[in-house]
Write a protein that binds this ligand. Structure first.
Ligand SMILES: CC(C)(COP(=O)(O)OP(=O)(O)OC[C@H]1O[C@@H](n2cnc3c(N)ncnc32)[C@H](O)[C@@H]1OP(=O)(O)O)[C@@H](O)C(=O)NCCC(=O)NCCS
Length: 250
């Protein structure tokens, strides 16, 4: 028999295509996944406040709001409750410490060519470029992905970073380097770049890596040996500089 949570998830899913004027849930979906996530965050903070104050009745009410908004946020990203419950079941019997150890603290970067791996890269890029930096979707999804090599970084089991490389006759253009906000400052960006540069350095005939860096990230690429050249230019309304690095194998 379905639990109240499962029934609520089903009701929420049924509102996805409903009229936003007639349903609160449909109105939330209409504002997009970032807004659904923001609402979840607000409700979580309200629950935290009541937990700290120790008001049992209010905490119960806020906790119900948190669960509702968690389900809306999951549905906005097409993650069924069943998958989350299955993940919890998988963890049952594994102690907290063992679970963390299994996740491991390290960053790992791999090249992905399967559909699921590339979809994970695209989801990270969408979050960072389209939602966070407001790059228009039609510029971000530019049709070049099938010609690119894709890299995915994970922290433990979590996909947290992505980049793509467009090979161009003895040169390689590195693009779409993105780390999700929560994982920044932990070496993920560096690990992605080092893996890409290492692969390129072992490729016969590959003479140069180049990229167009957002101004704020120039120091990040300089630390990896890239040198800026020319004048600043705007791409998707964001100032950029061209940067290049010679590769030893070339
Ligand atoms: C730029 C970005 C990929 C860096 O990823 P990250 O995982 O946070 O970077 P790391 O933790 O590997 O940082 C490596 C080093 O670069 C520095 N660094 C990180 N981001 C930087 C930035 N934006 N500008 C200058 N230096 C930066 C860090 O301080 C660190 O140096 P340290 O070890 O001496 O402290 C990440 O901030 C991001 O995704 N930003 C939004 C998307 C974006 O702008 N991408 C670049 C498009 S050109």
């Amino acid at each position: 028999m379905a639990t109240v949570l499962e029934r609520l998830a089903a009701t929420i899913a049924a509102r996805k295509d409903a009229d936003p004027a007639a349903s609160h849930t449909a109105a939330l979906f209409a504002k997009g996944p970032a807004k659904c996530a923001e609402k979840f965050g607000e409700e979580a903070v309200e629950a935290i406040v009541e937990a700290v104050r120790g008001d049992r009745a209010r905490l119960t009410g806020e906790a119900a709001d948190v669960l509702y908004h968690l389900l809306v946020m999951l549905a906005s990203r097409d993650v069924p409750l069943a998958e989350v419950l299955a993940e919890l079941e998988r963890r049952e019997g594994v102690s907290g410490v063992a679970e963390k150890a299994a996740r491991g603290p390290g960053v790992s970067v791999r090249r992905v060519s399967d559909e699921a791996g590339i979809a994970r890269c695209l989801a990270i890029r969408e979050l960072v470029f389209i939602e966070e930096q407001a790059v228009p979707a039609e510029l971000e999804v530019d049709g070049l992905d099938p010609r690119c090599r894709h890299y995915l970084a994970t922290l433990g089991a979590e996909p947290v970073g992505a980049a793509r490389v467009l090979p161009q006759d003895g040169r390689a253009k590195i693009q779409r380097v993105a780390v999700v906000p929560a994982a920044r400052g932990q070496g993920v960006g560096l690990a992605i770049m080092q893996r890409i540069l290492d692969d390129l350095a072992h490729e016969p005939g590959m003479a140069e890596a180049w990229l167009e860096s957002q101004i704020h990230a120039v120091a990040f690429y300089e630390a990896l040996g890239f040198v800026a050249e020319g004048e600043e230019f705007l791409d998707a309304g964001i100032p950029h500089l061209t940067m290049r690095k010679k590769l030893s194998a070339g």
